[in-house]
Design a protein around this ligand. Structure first.
Ligand code: BGC
Length: 333
């Protein structure tokens, strides 16, 4: 062999080895997300769970994460919180698939739609990874349990609160996170059922926010422009009420508009204190996260868990918020 071909051969082999190393290294990283690299860190934990929300930086989901992290810390679980940065079903499904492929001990996620989530959840469970749905259920799937709000009831309670607060007379517009996601559909259905016997409550329009506060505001603006008769809004996901309130405040319509929203994020509470939002549906995201981790451990240890765990849901009005805050102040004195 000539000197030239030996050098070419050696360089070729070197190139091959370096590429192999890089693809194995990065391949490993992609599949296992942000797993701690050192074995020692992994050995500290008894279990490895993944929590996949519909939107990573959503303040509501940060509360679910907080609860899950607290339970993870207590029970020696390595918990990864990972998923789409902004709501995106394909990315959501891919994250679940990747978590299952990397053989985590359990996956906790929303069951956003039967069509897309049921087949994937069934596949993951049949391959040996338990799945718990959190906040939103796909009840026809093989998930082992659901923990979260009874979304139909939550919508129903919102409808009843609106009837009471408007003396049964309102032209309502609904802004919902999505027309297709299970929890949003149930909340809208519950609301519709609650008001359907009221002859002076009219649902004028239903629009979609894609769980974005900016889009909720855009839709609220279009509604008040197109339908001046609208004097009440129902926002069915955490940022919808906030988006609606921004528009109502900007156009100084707060005295003639009733708003009922969802969740108790700080901005919602601020709008309630200012009298722009009148009521909100309370959910327990922290409890959902905490409970999901605990149940997953039970499942892995062969304990029976209920197939549905409904966390508390109720209506909070401005007067309840003020009473709560006064109570808290007195407790601190
Ligand atoms: C829902 C979550 C949703 C969030 C969006 C909450 O009311 O329960 O599923 O992701 O709103 O902001």
């Amino acid at each position: 062999m000539s000197k030239f071909s030996i050098t070419t051969y050696t360089l070729g082999a070197l190139f091959f080895l370096v590429s192999l190393f890089l693809s194995v290294f990065y391949g490993y990283k992609v599949v296992t997300h942000e797993l701690p690299k050192e074995k020692k860190v992994q050995q500290k934990y008894k279990y490895h769970f993944v929590l996949v929300p519909e939107e990573l930086d959503n303040e509501y989901w940060r509360l679910v994460e907080k609860g899950a992290m607290a339970a993870a810390k207590k029970y020696g679980v390595m918990l990864e919180y990972t998923g789409p940065k902004q709501a995106n079903i394909d990315e959501h499904l891919r994250t679940i698939e990747m978590a299952a492929a990397s053989k985590v001990d359990g996956i906790m996620t929303q069951g956003l739609s039967d069509d897309q989530f049921t087949p994937l959840i069934n596949k993951v469970v049949s391959m040996g990874t338990p799945v718990i749905t959190v906040d939103t259920d796909v009840s026809n799937s093989e998930r082992l349990s659901y923990i979260g709000t009874d979304n139909y009831l939550a919508g129903y309670l919102a409808g009843k609160a609106l009837i009471e607060d408007t003396d049964g007379k309102a032209n309502v517009a609904i802004i919902t996170g999505s027309f297709y996601k299970n929890h949003q559909k149930l909340r809208v259905q519950g609301f519709k059922d609650a008001v359907k016997m009221e002859k002076n409550i009219h649902i004028i329009d239903i629009e979609e926010s894609e769980i974005s506060r900016v889009r909720a505001a855009e839709k609220a603006y279009q509604i008040i422009t197109k339908y001046p008769q609208v004097n009440a809004f129902f926002g069915t996901s955490a940022l919808d009420g906030i988006g609606i309130a921004q528009v109502v405040e900007t156009y100084k319509k707060q005295n003639q508009m009733y708003i009922i929203g969802f969740d108790t994020l700080p901005e919602t509470l601020d709008y309630m204190k200012k009298g722009v939002i009148q009521a909100t549906v309370v959910q327990e995201p922290y409890q959902m996260g905490y409970g999901a981790v605990k149940m997953m451990i039970d499942i892995i240890n062969g304990k029976k868990v209920p197939s549905i765990v409904h966390t508390d849901t109720r209506i909070m009005r401005v007067k309840d918020l003020i009473a709560n805050e006064l109570g808290r102040k007195e407790d601190n004195q």
